[in-house]
Design a protein around this ligand. Structure first.
Ligand code: ZN
Length: 306
């Protein structure tokens, strides 16, 4: 009888131990699963952020930031010439008494801001240059026409503005180029001969050999313009109205010819707000504001040395 009781007690102990082991096992599995889930979620968040950034780059949101400086110059090796860095052209440095010629250039339009930009330019009797992308909606078509009708220079900034498409090959570049040139011609009657590369001629985002595209444009008799003064309105830094004006004014004094990078885009409201003060400051400083034409000193980050 005693033995039986002992056995029952032992069985009960064993069962409790088994239950305890199973419970510990389940808790361990759940804990590991929870930790793994947290780690995986964190890793996925990091990945999503990095993918979003790549999408932004490919769609050109980081375009034309004005941060591109001192591009390593490349050599074509053949008779095409040599790419040279021309950002800080010594001949363009202003001396005491020089008149500053300033070209305000707006990239990425037409946008919801275009009409307001045109209104402001009109208020001050100032002409500018619009490096436009291809859009076929009624408002955009009207904007192309208004730009031309009011005496501004209309210029190309690619049709799609998508790096991945434009810089895929010279063929792809040519197709995109013809689309924007034809659209401008069909809507305004202007045979456009000015171009600004998305990201500029020294862009490092595209991983493309810019020499090929520069050669193509040269062959088309098209002049590409970069910029030597950046308002900073496309950088990740959110500049205030005063800072945008200051960014422009501090550089304009350095050069005889300044090509100022600005943006005509839906989210660039600060640029529009800064425009009146920018124009007033430039005019007060004695600078002349002009639209790009055939007499404009060409400003290029990289060019082909003949
Ligand atoms: Zn752009």
């Amino acid at each position: 009888m005693k033995d039986k009781e002992v056995k029952v007690l032992k069985d009960q102990r064993d069962r409790r131990k088994r239950v305890q082991r199973i419970r510990t096992g389940i808790i361990t599995v759940i804990s590991v699963w929870m930790v793994l889930s947290i780690v995986l979620t964190a890793l996925m968040c990091v990945k999503i952020v990095s993918l979003q950034k790549q999408i932004d780059i490919l769609s050109g949101r980081y375009d034309d930031s004005g941060d591109v400086k001192n591009q390593v110059t490349g050599s074509s090796g053949e008779d095409k010439g040599v790419l040279i860095q021309t950002t800080d052209d010594k001949d363009n440095l202003a001396k005491e008494g020089d008149v500053h010629q300033v070209y305000l250039t707006f990239d990425d339009g037409p946008s919801e801001q275009t009409n307001e930009i045109l209104d402001i330019l009109d208020d001050y009797g100032v002409k500018a240059t619009f490096f436009v992308n291809g859009r076929q909606d009624e408002t955009s078509i009207a904007a192309y026409k208004r730009i031309v009708d009011e005496g501004h220079t209309i210029a190309m900034h690619s049709y799609s503005h998508k790096y991945s498409e434009i810089y895929e090959s010279v063929d792809a570049f040519q197709k995109d180029f013809e689309r924007i040139q034809n659209l401008i011609y069909d809507t305004t009657g202007v045979e456009c001969t000015y171009y600004r590369f998305p990201g500029g001629s020294s862009n490092r985002v595209s991983n493309a050999n810019m020499l090929d595209y520069i050669n193509y444009l040269n062959g088309q008799g098209v002049t590409y313009f970069d910029w030597n003064v950046s308002s900073g309105d496309a950088t990740s830094q959110a500049f205030t109205v005063d800072e945008l004006v200051e960014n422009v004014m501090k550089d304009v004094v350095k050069y005889k010819t300044s090509v100022v990078l600005l943006h005509d885009a839906n989210n660039k409201t600060t640029t529009v707000q800064a425009l009146p003060t920018m124009i007033e400051s430039l005019q007060e400083s004695g600078a002349i504001i002009l639209p790009i034409d055939e007499n404009t000193q060409v400003i290029q980050h990289t060019s082909i040395q003949k």
